[in-house]
Design a protein around this ligand. Sequence first.
Ligand SMILES: Nc1nc2c(c(=O)[nH]1)N[C@@H](CN(C=O)c1ccc(C(=O)N[C@@H](CCC(=O)O)C(=O)O)cc1)CN2
Length: 292
Amino acid sequence: MSAKIIDGKAIAENLRNTIAAEVADIAARTGAQPGLAVVLVGNDPASEVYVGSKARQTVAVGMRSFEHRLPADVPEAELLALVARLNADDAVDGILVQLPLPAHINTDRVIEAIDPAKDVDGFHPVNAGRLLIGLPTLVACTPLGSLLLLQSVHQDFSGLSAVVVGRSNIVGKPVAQLLLQHNATVTIAHSRTRDLPAVVRAADIVVAAVGRPELVRGEWIKSGATVIDVGINRLPQEPGAAKGRLVGDVAFDEAVKVAGAITPVPGGVGPMTIACLLRNTLQAFRARRFGE
Ligand SMILES: Nc1nc2c(c(=O)[nH]1)N[C@@H](CN(C=O)c1ccc(C(=O)N[C@@H](CCC(=O)O)C(=O)O)cc1)CN2
């Protein structure tokens, strides 16, 4: 048996089309246009690619894109001053500071400086806390994208057990909260979990978000389980290849033979991250401008 492949690219495209239609409708009715500001510090090649895609997709759905590029050695105070200006700028509905930041900058301090109402990354403690207690909020994009992919397979998670492998603040913890809110019985596993394969094997839903290439093996997966692979790991370049191969946290070729449904890497969760950023920007815009 081979699992159904959950096509993140197609689902993200559908979501972007829906957002574009809503943005066009709002523009026609009110003349207003959502705006997203993206801040890139330094020139990490992967971050450059992600920021470029964000700007392109923002414009493609009819929103305004504001790009701010700062040198890698920018003082933290200068970055905080830019965030303060963006907080005060009425044309900006969403603010995103691309991560990772250079080591001399305190990432938590920068995230906390963003107005929670414009925190389209959903990383601010106010938004993370609201998610924890089940209040409406801006939800981090990768966890939200993972949930939407799961909902393309399962109408409801009641009675299903889910394991989240990884406990980061930006993926593992929020994805576990979302699964819990949708009635799954959730286990968060991590590097100190005893007998990780057995814990994963007990789950109907597996979300792998640990950042370790192909850690989760096919033999760990329960037959028919749904597997969401959040990992995006670039393997070392092989001789003659232009780039190293991209793999997830799950050994796809093994897991696809056992799972009921699985996301590929690339083309799974990754494209959903940017589509959900646009969704969050529209949500922040509506809340700020129309009090919705
Ligand atoms: N402020 C933030 N920083 C970072 C986030 C984030 O959500 N907010 N997430 C990641 C990077 N990221 C978006 O910023 C991101 C990662 C991957 C993809 C994606 O579409 N990946 C493709 C493969 C791309 C490739 O070939 O390299 C895929 O999986 O199909 C989109 C966005 C860290 N920083």
